[in-house]
Design a protein around this ligand. Sequence first.
Ligand code: CP
Ligand code: NVA
Length: 306
Amino acid sequence: MKHLLTMSDVTPAEIERIFAITADLKAKYEAGLREPMLPGRVMALLFEKPSLRTRVSFEAGMVNLGGSAMFLGADVGWGNRESAADFGRVLSQYVDVIVCRAHAHTKVTDLADHCTCSVINGLTDYEHPCQALADLYTIRELIGRFAGQTLAYVGDCNNVARSLALGCGKVGLKLSIAAPKNYRFEPEFLELLKRETPQLQMTVTDDTAAAVKDAVAVYTDVWTSMGQEKESAKRCKDFAPYQVNEQLMAAAPKDCFFMHCLPAHRGEEVTDGVMDSPQSVVVQQAGNRMHVQKGVLAYLLGARSI
Ligand code: CP
Ligand code: NVA
């Protein structure tokens, strides 16, 4: 694996390897130790959209690993000052890895096509692979296994859902989706899913209670993703029956967890009561973004000590 642009870039064996490195680094981190596996390595961050978790967890994680990170503002002119080819070829000579967040997925793949260094997708309209890896790691941390378990995803079949679906297929987790008809995976993505992860067991329904009834975790994301703000009123109406609230959580098994990639739009896709309940693992999930990304960086950049 040279780049992490989509969950298609990572094999089941690589996921296991990344999780093993992550577990080791996380245990050391919690014991107050930092492992400088990537001394002198440099990360550049290019973000077209706002971010708390992705930006800060990558910057902090790289520093933990003994490297450094630089957040590049709009003035470097990604996509408007020079061609993607010139931009990528030049930036790759200065840094070892580029983490980027863009509206269009092709903007990130175009950049990667011209880079000699690694490129990591820090969210596009199409996928959010770093989120899915951290989510799967969190599920394993909570229940110790994937086989035979079901993740329920309630809401918009968006970037986060696409990466989760690919990830579930790769690790052997079943996926049960509840989504309105017009907000489900597009045929092209379903084709890709079938090709990439023929073993994925996935069901899609509009019955939210049925979707969560055997789930180990109920996952939701915002109804209006970044860049879709103009559609917000319509989306709030269309998704209203898909809110994850106390009543829906009562239809899930008692020990079921609640997950959300954050930021949450409280009162829309999820209630305060669910977000702040003992079942909610959203903070652990967000914390794991840093640990798992450290695993990704160590793996991708070939840290000598792993
Ligand atoms: N979950 C996530 O990617 O959060 P940010 O948008 O804050 O990075
Ligand atoms: N689907 C959301 C995820 C944010 C982390 C968005 O794209 O805005």
